[in-house]
Design a protein around this ligand. Structure first.
Ligand SMILES: [Zn+2]
Length: 586
């Protein structure tokens, strides 16, 4: 693999490298210095906040013979083999793929053997919340009678899914979102080391978009670097993160002040057409409104502003907007933000917000002027009633869309029915998928899953949104099959030729071959897989089938046998873990 992502190259190797978690790393260091380590830790927090990095550093520090002040030396044989993931005594387990009871039982047995080359055996179980109840019970037994010299580090983004019995037996550390200034500091350091030029103001843009995750920040930085010609620029950072330029935001606010619904909607349309992420747009507007308020109330202290830069246009707009109006904007967009998160129809909600605000801002700012101008008042009233009609139409449209997509089966249940009824819309390309399956290997799939997060980070914000709820389920050097949670996104991914081209290009970089994307919905995948295996069996052994038919098994037994064979066959094709996870559907 020629491509090495920044976050891989710059993965922290010392506690002092872990950004923004000083309280945690200091506590761990103190425990090491005073030899008061626990036999089980629970690291919780959002993704990319340093949980697994800290776990690995800890496993080095506790075993390193040259430890200084709780930090590993990173040079001795033990440190280096842990860094490379080669030390048998430090075992990393991804519970998302090894969620079986068997694996944990396996740990219980092996944990009882003393470590071979290091002093402590360390089990790092990532995404531990994915373990099954059975596996948790097995783990609990181990934690109740911890073997000597064995340490468990459980990491999770979702601590509420972990049984209390487990939590109470661990020492818990909550990793916080990394503050923007810490992310910026780390990026400055890395860019300095890599000798890459950058515009200072580009870093806050990237740090903000990363939402407290270092891994995300470095991935965006990576993208911006490969996008930029010579130096990382603010414009590139904005483009990559989908942030809005101040110019456009000010135009949008101006449209609200001018009561210009048409202009407001036009700006919105062009932004969405350019592929701006609707949620990012909403965040940008809220942040910008906050800056306007701060500016108004602190009589122009630029250092307090998070996003806005003070220029003539900005000053003019802040003079025209009253704080009541700004609060109204924030309120409306907060609401829109909630609506967007629960819906696929971002555009409509944003249009409604735009119409509502161009109406309200105008009515509040102009009320004072209008009362003395009867002509303007009539015009204004006409316009308002027009807008009200428009608004009403949009509400109707939303209602219609919601009923259309909620699946008529459960209309009143608030079961967040984001899925469209199975198979009704999307038609997968079975021929192409079968061709992939003809050459699919477990190795290809494992490789693909490994680079999947990297691929996500190489795509644009909009492209990523399409692939958000998708998982690779089969792969060959020529193609891959990806299953989608939502039919609508499955359809989108199939139709978007640009996206398909980009995926092939990026995969070339990441795994060295151009695999074509084949989409399938979550419901369709098990069906297609089964069909493929059936077909394969028919080709392979017509005789066996005949014999089976002549045997005296009951229909259920036959079905069961066939099922077992299918499972075996599927395991050979797609790998144990995938089949296991989906066992019930085969
Ligand atoms: Zn060492």
């Amino acid at each position: 693999m020629s491509y090495q992502a920044l976050y891989r190259v710059w993965r922290p190797q010392l506690f002092s490298d872990v950004a923004g978690q000083e309280a945690i790393t200091q506590t761990l260091k103190n425990a090491l210095i005073q030899s008061k380590t626990s036999h089980a830790y629970l690291f919780t927090g959002p993704r990319g906040t340093g949980k697994t990095s800290a776990a690995k550093i800890f496993s080095k520090a506790i075993n390193c013979p040259n430890r200084v002040d709780g930090e590993p030396c990173n040079e001795c044989e033990i440190c280096q083999s842990i860094t490379q993931g080669k030390l048998n005594d430090v075992i990393e387990i991804d519970a998302a793929s090894n969620n079986g009871v068997e694996e944990i039982r396996d740990i219980r047995e092996k944990a009882n053997y003393a470590p071979t080359s290091a002093e402590y055996k360390v089990y790092i179980i990532d995404e531990v919340h994915m373990l099954s109840t059975g596996a948790f019970n097995a783990l609990l037994k181990t934690l109740e009678e911890p073997p000597a010299n064995v340490i468990f580090i459980l990491a999770t983004t979702e601590p509420h899914k972990i049984p209390l019995t487990i939590i109470s037996r661990t020492q818990r550390f909550d990793f916080k979102r990394i503050p923007i200034h810490s992310i910026i500091k780390r990026m400055e350091y890395i860019l300095g080391q890599e000798e890459i030029q950058y515009e200072e103001e580009s870093l806050p843009v990237i740090a903000r978009a990363a939402e407290g995750g270092m891994r995300d920040a470095l991935s965006i930085l990576d993208q911006t670097i490969s996008f930029s010609q010579e130096r990382v620029s603010v414009a590139d950072a904005m483009r990559i993160t989908g942030s809005l330029t101040q110019e456009l935001l000010l135009d949008y606010f101006q449209a609200m002040i001018d009561n210009d619904t048409k202009e407001g909607l036009a700006i919105l349309q062009s932004l969405l057409a350019e592929g701006k992420d609707p949620l990012r747009f909403v965040e940008d507007v809220i942040l910008f409104s906050r800056d306007i308020l701060i500016y108004q109330q602190t009589s122009g202290k630029e250092e307090l502003l998070k996003q806005a830069k003070i220029d003539e246009k900005f000053k003019k707009i802040t003079e025209k907007l009253t704080s009541t109006v700004v609060y109204e904007i924030i309120h409306t967009f907060n609401q829109t933000q909630q609506e967007l998160k629960a819906s696929n129809h971002a555009e409509i909600y944003l249009e409604v917000a735009t119409v509502r605000l161009t109406e309200q801002v105008a009515s509040v700012t102009e009320q004072r002027v209008i009362s003395t101008d009867p002509v303007a008042q009539t015009e204004n009233n006409d316009e308002i009633s027009n807008l009200k009609v428009q608004l009403n139409e949009m509400h109707q449209l939303i209602k219609k869309l919601q009923t259309a997509h909620s699946g008529q089966a459960v209309p009143e249940k608030k079961k967040k029915s984001k899925k469209i009824s199975a198979g009704s819309i999307f038609k997968p390309n079975k021929t192409a998928i079968f061709q992939v399956l003809d050459h699919a290997t477990k190795k290809n799939l494992a490789e693909l899953r490994e680079v999947w997060p990297d691929l996500m980070n190489m795509l644009t914000v909009t492209q990523r949104a399409v692939l958000k709820a998708s998982t690779p389920v089969a792969a060959s050097p020529k193609g891959l099959v990806v299953s989608f949670q939502y039919d609508i996104l499955c359809q989108k991914a199939t139709e978007d030729t640009e996206l398909n081209k980009d995926i092939a290009l990026h995969l070339q970089k990441l795994v060295g071959y151009e695999a074509r994307l084949n989409s399938v919905t979550e419901e369709q995948w098990p069906v297609i897989r089964k069909e493929y295996i059936r077909q394969l069996k028919q080709h392979d052994s017509e005789d066996t089938n005949e014999n089976a038919e002549k045997s005296e098994q009951s229909p259920q037994e036959k079905e069961k046998d066939a099922g077992d064979e299918l499972v075996t066959e599927a395991i050979q094709l797609f790998g144990q873990e995938i089949v296991k996870v989906k066992e019930s559907s085969v």
